[in-house]
Write a protein that binds this ligand. Structure first.
Ligand code: AMP
Length: 363
């Protein structure tokens, strides 16, 4: 069985690493060949809007998935007429637009921060009257890892924030003074079976995921997260892994965003769960039974952003699992690798995490 993956970043690479032991074959599609995925499986190069080339690529695949959220939906629709594309393009179209995404949450009864669309400077004034400051102005599309965002701490910041993002369709969100951030990752198979990973607790730095600890044991939050995630999965007859990120405020989850793909806050599952998110994504999209999402202990993951420790430095930390994505160029804000520690208790995990954290360098 051959799986086509559109986008050949680190997520695609880790899908392949999880799929080879299952006897699956892979082929990537990306703009350039020298990518983290292209180092571990054959790759076809082409533009993401080259429908003819994409159709040719899909012809040799039994199922197609993507590791990049901004693949044009118009490019996936013709492919989906020939081979199954999972997750389905309809949910991708929503995940690509923060306004549609937050509207979906609201329609499904999932609490979300106060939000409103902003296209004109005048809209922003009206929205500020209603929602107030502080808040965050974000581009509706193509924003990730804190990109395309401007904070409005006081009303007088509005003009500068708008100018910095001018010309794009925007969304304004009320600033949530959250006590913590958590995410839930779940897999759903085509037969409707759902497997939930335990809640992950996440820390972001400059809008980029910095650290994850799991399982985060908050029974009430876990119940809320499962309910919200299930509502999304069932609305879309979803197949594959879905991740939803939440803010926690006064014991209530507020959905910030969803990713219809494997997610950075689930990287700990490679060593820290019986079956990883990558394996379960592959199981789901190929019609195999889902694997156990049980944690194997207490895990923590640190991201290496902008700079990598050397292999020797990382491997000198006892029990540390090191992942180098093989990116040739280090740039500020670029995710280059991660490390995971797994321990028998939360206390031991935190001790190992402190050592793993020391590997981080300024990018
Ligand atoms: P995003 O790109 O929307 O995932 O935002 C990245 C990070 O910025 C989040 O994980 C939060 O730490 C922070 N953030 C985004 N939106 C808000 C908000 N409405 N209120 C408070 N913090 C936010």
């Amino acid at each position: 069985m051959r799986i086509g993956i559109i986008g050949a970043g680190q997520l695609g690479r880790m899908l392949v690493e999880a799929g080879y032991p299952l006897g699956l074959e892979f082929r990537f599609y990306d703009r350039v060949a020298d990518t983290p995925g292209g180092q571990v499986a054959p790759i076809v190069t082409g533009e993401f809007d080259d429908h003819a080339r994409l159709a040719q690529f899909a012809k040799g695949c039994d199922v197609v998935t993507f590791d990049w959220e901004n693949v044009p939906v118009e490019s996936l629709i013709p492919i989906a007429k020939r081979v199954p594309v999972y997750p389905r393009p309809d949910i991708l179209a929503i995940a690509q637009d923060r306004l549609l995404e937050k509207t979906l949450f609201r329609d499904l009864g999932i609490p979300t921060p106060a939000f409103a669309p902003v296209d004109l400077r005048y809209d922003l004034e009206c929205v500020l009257d209603r929602i107030g400051a502080p808040g965050i102005l974000k581009t509706r599309r193509m924003g990730y890892d804190g990109k395309g965002q401007a904070r409005i701490m006081k009303r007088k910041d509005a003009a500068a924030a708008f100018t910095s993002l001018d010309g794009q369709s925007l969304i304004y969100e009320g600033f949530v003074r959250f006590s913590r951030e958590v995410s839930m990752i779940a897999a759903r198979s085509s037969s409707g079976e759902i497997a939930y990973y335990p809640l992950s607790e996440n820390v972001h730095a400059s809008g980029i995921l910095d650290e994850t600890r799991a399982p985060a044991r908050y029974p009430s939050l876990e119940r809320q997260a499962r309910r919200h995630v299930r509502a999304i999965l069932e609305r879309f007859d979803y197949v594959g892994i879905l991740a939803v990120e939440f803010f926690v405020k006064d014991g209530i989850l507020l959905a910030n965003e969803m990713a219809p793909r494997v997610h950075n806050s689930g990287h700990w599952t490679i060593e820290g769960a019986v079956s990883s998110q990558f394996e379960n994504h592959l199981r789901a999209i190929t019609g195999l039974p889902l694997g156990s999402t049980e944690p194997r202990g207490h895990s923590a993951m640190v991201n290496f952003v902008g700079a990598m420790p050397t292999r020797a430095q990382a491997l000198a930390v006892k029990g540390l699992h090191f992942h180098d994505y093989g990116k040739r160029e280090a740039r500020p804000g670029r995710k280059l690798g991660h490390a995971t520690v797994v321990a028998g208790s939360a206390k031991d995990r935190d001790r190992s995490l402190a050592r793993a954290r020391k590997l981080k360098k300024k990018g």
